[in-house]
Design a protein around this ligand. Structure first.
Ligand SMILES: [Zn+2]
Length: 361
């Protein structure tokens, strides 16, 4: 290993371990916005009257003079706008949103910084989407994975040689694993987009559980690929404890306690572990695409810093979390490019070895 690579490896290892406590500390953040008595009284008033300041809203079904459909008691109420109905914005949530905007406008006029409400920054809703930037970037990540896996499968089955005796089985030993990985990633980004569109108990659980399953599978893949595990028994031995742990963790979250702190620790430990495995492997291997791997690992680690320096949304739209989702889009593209390179490298190696073996016979 070259001295430069050794230095690089040391830096990334230290970086990863310094990152861990920082991220854990960042999750100790409370939400000062919803503890503000002015905000609480605004929400209470809104629930009773359907109004915040001079603006009144139809979702509370409070009778409002001047038009609309007939209510249960024969009085006139306004209809819920379609985009709000679609994303289940009920009276309580609408009041919370409007009071948050109201309080933030007041705070801004006094030169105060934005604060979080119920664990979230004050975002401007667009078309009923709670965090529009995170929704768009989640969908772009989803698209990057779909394009990535399609190009990977096209390469494997249409461009690279296939094993003759296995009826179209690729030479690449990790083809099945990367395909399963793509399915987990697509599922995870789908629920991420839904959760950012509308934060509800069910969408939150689906997003968190899909993410933890993806991180667990990525760790299994990191162990199998960096350890060059090609024998079935070795793969089962490496993956079984992780699958058991992830299954137990998901059951615990859903049927015992939805512990955010514990879940975040689990995700970070598994994330840092795979980061270390890939960086160690990139430093030792002579793989032709190791530079791409380095960029993804370093880029991924740097992107995690955005979660640490969790800044409020710029123009009410782009917060640190949404930028993090934006950064992972090009990294995903590069990641699939590395996977394709790996498939090409391994296939050509195995194919050439097969040809040499035939010549010797
Ligand atoms: Zn997210």
């Amino acid at each position: 290993m070259a001295e430069e690579e050794r230095q690089c490896l040391l830096t990334i290892t230290m970086f990863a371990w310094f990152l861990l406590p920082l991220i854990l500390a960042s999750f100790a953040n409370a939400s000062p916005g919803d503890r503000d008595p002015l905000y609480s009284s605004c929400v209470e008033h809104c629930a009773r009257t359907g109004c915040v300041g001079r603006s009144c809203f139809s979702v509370c079904n409070v009778p409002i003079n001047g038009g609309g459909a007939l209510g249960v008691d024969g009085e006139e109420v306004l209809k819920k706008p379609l985009d709000l109905g679609l994303f289940s914005w009920d009276c309580t949530r609408e009041c919370r949103y409007q009071c948050m905007l109201h309080r933030e406008a007041e705070r801004q006029s006094h030169g105060l910084e934005p604060v979080k409400y119920h664990g979230k920054w004050p975002f401007d809703r667009i078309l009923g989407l709670q965090e529009p930037a995170s929704v768009v970037f989640s969908l772009l990540n989803l698209l990057a994975h779909i394009l990535g896996v399609v190009s990977f499968l096209v390469l494997l089955y249409h461009k690279l040689p296939l094993r003759q005796h296995g009826k179209g089985v690729p030479y690449y030993e990790y083809a099945g694993l990367w395909t399963i990985y793509a399915l987990f990633a697509i599922n995870s980004w789908f629920w991420s987009a839904i959760f950012h569109a509308r934060d509800m108990n069910v969408t939150e659980r689906l997003d968190y559980c899909s993410a933890v399953a993806l991180i667990g599978l990525s760790l299994i893949l990191a162990i199998i690929r960096t350890g060059n595990l090609r024998v079935e028994a070795a793969r089962v031995m490496a993956s079984a404890p992780i699958i058991a742990f992830i299954s137990t963790h998901i059951l615990y979250l859903n049927f015992y306690e939805f512990d955010y702190g514990l879940n975040m620790k689990v995700c970070i430990v598994m994330g840092v572990l795979q980061l270390l495995l890939w960086s160690l492997w990139a430093a030792y291997t002579q793989h032709p695409a190791r530079l791409k791997l380095w960029i993804v690992v370093l880029g991924g680690a740097l992107a995690m810093l955005l979660e640490v320096y969790d800044f409020p949304p710029y123009k009410g739209i782009f917060d640190a979390h949404s930028i993090w989702h934006a950064v992972t889009v090009p990294l995903t593209y590069l990641w699939w490019s590395f996977i394709r390179d790996d498939a090409l490298y391994r296939t050509m190696d195995l194919f050439n070895r097969g040809k040499i073996a035939k010549k010797v016979e």
